[in-house]
Every structure is written in structure tokens, then in C-alpha cells.
Design a protein around this ligand. Structure first.
Ligand code: C6P
Length: 406
């Protein structure tokens, strides 16, 4: 039996009150809260070892470098990458995807095709549109049905030698739908030489990730959604896939030699880490991984699955509440609207008055909202510290919102 209260006690912010009510934090897909161990790691870095990395022979610089490289190894093991130098520190999923779209430019020509899905976050749409504008490539989109399930027969009809990139998320942030990335990888490999990118922003906080087993070329995620500080993220790439790319940012630390006539690049991972990194944040990302591993992935999967099932049961009992994608396999989030209440943010504001934090709006996925002809949804998203009682409070809050708004 897991003691959720014991886990919850490790998060100081969860003792706060909001609008005079105990905080019920259900906006974890936007960002998770941080445990004491992560906060202390960050503070300890700035109070005891703050120095720039890979640059100094002085003791603090060496200590900071060692700690950050240790964090890189923790990430390597967390996602089961083959080598630590396949782990690139970024500031989040958005930066990882932009890095890839930019660095692919020289490999893409007019008429080449890039495939994404209907369920993507804007950060897995716009960078590819920009790449298409730069190169004349064509963006294709795997359609979805009314249940938020991707129609993968599209791949059979569209994959070809023209396909250069397939980029999809593992879990949709707007609907919580789990996409069959293994099947997408298998189909793509069978029918093209495309590079495969998985946006793991919403899966890394919940699932065990094994990039070698998944056989993707790249996997990107954000640290701040999995208990680490904001401004942290990871781009994983297979060694040969990373080596085939041109650098994104130029600057300090990413060069082997630099003169006015020619620059040669450093090896992995430094080729993609120009400038001073978020040293304290990256070290604290290592502490977040320690936190998650101290609980164990099976516990995360099981507890969060039970929370979702309970939320599904409670919320579907509310008259006039419509849950999106309820027949699809889902994890981490439940997305819904109250019938007859056009503006999701009105519901969100009433919940906020009750101390309940949810996200409302289009969740940076406007195509999904257009598909359903809605402006937005209310989304409750879960983390390991959420409880069944909090879902009861959400359910009561929604009933109140319905009474007030109808
Ligand atoms: N989704 C949400 O509330 P950044 O902002 O770079 O850490 O992550 C971008 C991103 C990319 N892909 C997916 C699937 C995501 O969910 C997100 C972030 C947050 O749903 C903020 S919009």
C-alpha cells in the first residue's frame, strides 16, 4: 500500500491555501509541483557550488561539472538510452522540437514530406511549418476520429521514400489520449527511412520510458512536468541521428576549434549545448528522477491510473458533463465541458475560488478544439500526490459551477 499522504508531505506548496481554501492542484500537465529534495538540491547548488561548467579548473567548477554530468547519467538510465552523450540538456520540450526542426533543415528539400498527428501540441506543429516554409517540404497530418484515436491506416497510404520525419506525441496533453507509438514506429520503419521523433512531454512524468525498446530516433520531454524546476528539458537522440544534424545554436562550448575562417564542432552532447546551461536546474532534474525512482514506476502507473478511473466515474455522474475521448486509452488527464456553458474558463474561475487549480482553454492544441468545434475544455491532470478526496472536491466544485452558471 502506498502512503500518498507521506508523498504529499514532501511538497511544501501543497500545504498552501488558495482563496482561503486548501489547494487542490490538478494542473500537473501544465507543470508539476516540486518536492523538498528537488528544492533543496537547487538551493544547495546556489549556496555551495555555483560555478560555470566544463570551463574551469577551479574546485567549484569541477564540482558543478561532476554534478551536472551525474544528472545526465541519471537521465540516461531513466529513459534507458545507450550512451550518456545521447542526452542533450534543453530548456524544455519546445526547445527540443525547435532544435530538431532547425537542425534538419539541410537534410530536407522541396517535395519531401513530414508527418505529424492531429493530436499535437502547437510546439510539435509550428516548428515543422517553419521548416516547410524554409525548404518547400509538405506537412501531412494523421487524422483522428471522434474518440481522439489516431487513424493509423493513414500511414500505410502516406509513408514513402518522400517521408523524412514522423513526429508524434506519446500522450496528448489536451485529451490524455495514449498514442500507439510502438505501432507508429513499426509502420514507419517498414515503409520509409524517416527519422522518428516522439514528444514525451506528457508521458515521461507517468510512464516507464525505454527509448531503445521504442526504437525512436529522438525523444523530447520537459523536466518541469516531472517534478524538476522550470527551464529544464531533455532531447535524446540516437548517436548517429544526432551526429547527422547541424548544430542549432552556435557559441561557447559547442566548438572543437574556432577561427574566423572555419569552425569545427565539439562531439556529442556539447555540439548541441552552446552557452552556459541551466546547471542548477539540470542537477535538480537529477534529484527529480531520484524522487520518482524512490517511489517506483509501477506505483506511479497504478496510482495515476486509479485516479483517472475514479475521476471518469465521478465526473460522468454529473448531469450534462461531457468527457472528451472517453473511449480512447488515456493517462494523466481528463478533459471535459459542461453542456450549455460555452466558456470553459468560467468553470475554471469558479473552481479557482474553491482552491481547485485546473487548466481551461485550448491547451495549445487549437486543431483539436476545431475538430470538436469548441473554443476549449476544462482539463484536470494528475500527479503522484493527488488523492481520491481531491477528485471528490473537484466533482462537488463542478456541480456548484453548473448551478451557478446555468
Ligand atoms: N503542455 C500543457 O498545459 P514546454 O512548454 O516546452 O515545457 O512543453 C511544450 C509541450 C509540448 N508537447 C506537449 C505534449 C505538451 O503537453 C507541452 C506542454 C502544457 O498542456 C503547457 S502548454
Amino acid at each position: 500500500m502506498i502512503d500518498i499522504q507521506k508523498i504529499k508531505n514532501q511538497f511544501p506548496i501543497l500545504n498552501e491555501t488558495v482563496n482561503g481554501k486548501p489547494l487542490v492542484y490538478l494542473d500537473n500537465a501544465a507543470t508539476s509541483q516540486k518536492p523538498i529534495s528537488v528544492l533543496e538540491t537547487l538551493q544547495n547548488y546556489y549556496t555551495s557550488i555555483n560555478a560555470n561548467v566544463h570551463r574551469g579548473i577551479h574546485t567549484l567548477s569541477q564540482l558543478a561539472t561532476e554534478e551536472m554530468e551525474l544528472a545526465r547519467k541519471k537521465v540516461q538510465h531513466f529513459i534507458h538510452a545507450k550512451n550518456d552523450y545521447e542526452i542533450i540538456f534543453t530548456k524544455g520540450t519546445t526547445e527540443g522540437l525547435n532544435l530538431l526542426a532547425y537542425s534538419f533543415t539541410s537534410q530536407i528539400k522541396a517535395g519531401d514530406e513530414i508527418i505529424i498527428s492531429y493530436l499535437e501540441h502547437h510546439s510539435n506543429i509550428v516548428p515543422w511549418q517553419l521548416l516547410c516554409q524554409r525548404t518547400g517540404a509538405i506537412l501531412k497530418v494523421i487524422p483522428m476520429d471522434g474518440n481522439g484515436i489516431l487513424q493509423l491506416d493513414f500511414l500505410e497510404r502516406n509513408l514513402s521514400e518522400k517521408t523524412k520525419i514522423v513526429s508524434v506525441n506519446q500522450i496528448s496533453n489536451a485529451l490524455g489520449v495514449i498514442n500507439p507509438v510502438e505501432e507508429i514506429v513499426r509502420k514507419t520503419r517498414a515503409m520509409s527511412d524517416a527519422k522518428i521523433i516522439i514528444d514525451g512531454a506528457q508521458s515521461a512524468p507517468h510512464f516507464r520510458i525505454d527509448v531503445q525498446q521504442m526504437d525512436c530516433d529522438f525523444f523530447v520531454f520537459s523536466g518541469h512536468k516531472m517534478y524538476a524546476p522550470m527551464g529544464t528539458g531533455i532531447l535524446y537522440g540516437k548517436e548517429e541521428a544526432l551526429n547527422s544534424l547541424t548544430p542549432f545554436h552556435g557559441g561557447g562550448e559547442m566548438i572543437a576549434t574556432c577561427s574566423f575562417s572555419e569552425t569545427t564542432y565539439a562531439g556529442l552532447p556539447f555540439k548541441f549545448e552552446a552557452g552556459t546551461p541551466n546547471v542548477g536546474g539540470n542537477i535538480a532534474l537529477g534529484a527529480a528522477i531520484d524522487f520518482m525512482e524512490s517511489i517506483g514506476n509501477e506505483v506511479f502507473v497504478s496510482h495515476e491510473h486509479q485516479l483517472l478511473e475514479y475521476a471518469q466515474e465521478k465526473l460522468s455522474g454529473i448531469d450534462g458533463l461531457h468527457i472528451y475521448a472517453e473511449r480512447a486509452p488515456r493517462a494523466g488527464a481528463i478533459s471535459f465541458n459542461l453542456e450549455g456553458i460555452g466558456i470553459a474558463s468560467d468553470v475554471g474561475m469558479i473552481l479557482d475560488k474553491l482552491g481547485i487549480a485546473v487548466r481551461t482553454g485550448h491547451h495549445c492544441t487549437q486543431p483539436i478544439m476545431d475538430f470538436y468545434s469548441i473554443a476549449g475544455t476544462v482539463r484536470a491532470s494528475f500527479a503522484i500526490y493527488n488523492t481520491f478526496e481531491e477528485i471528490d472536491i473537484l466533482s462537488e466544485g463542478l456541480k456548484k459551477a453548473k448551478r451557478m452558471l446555468s
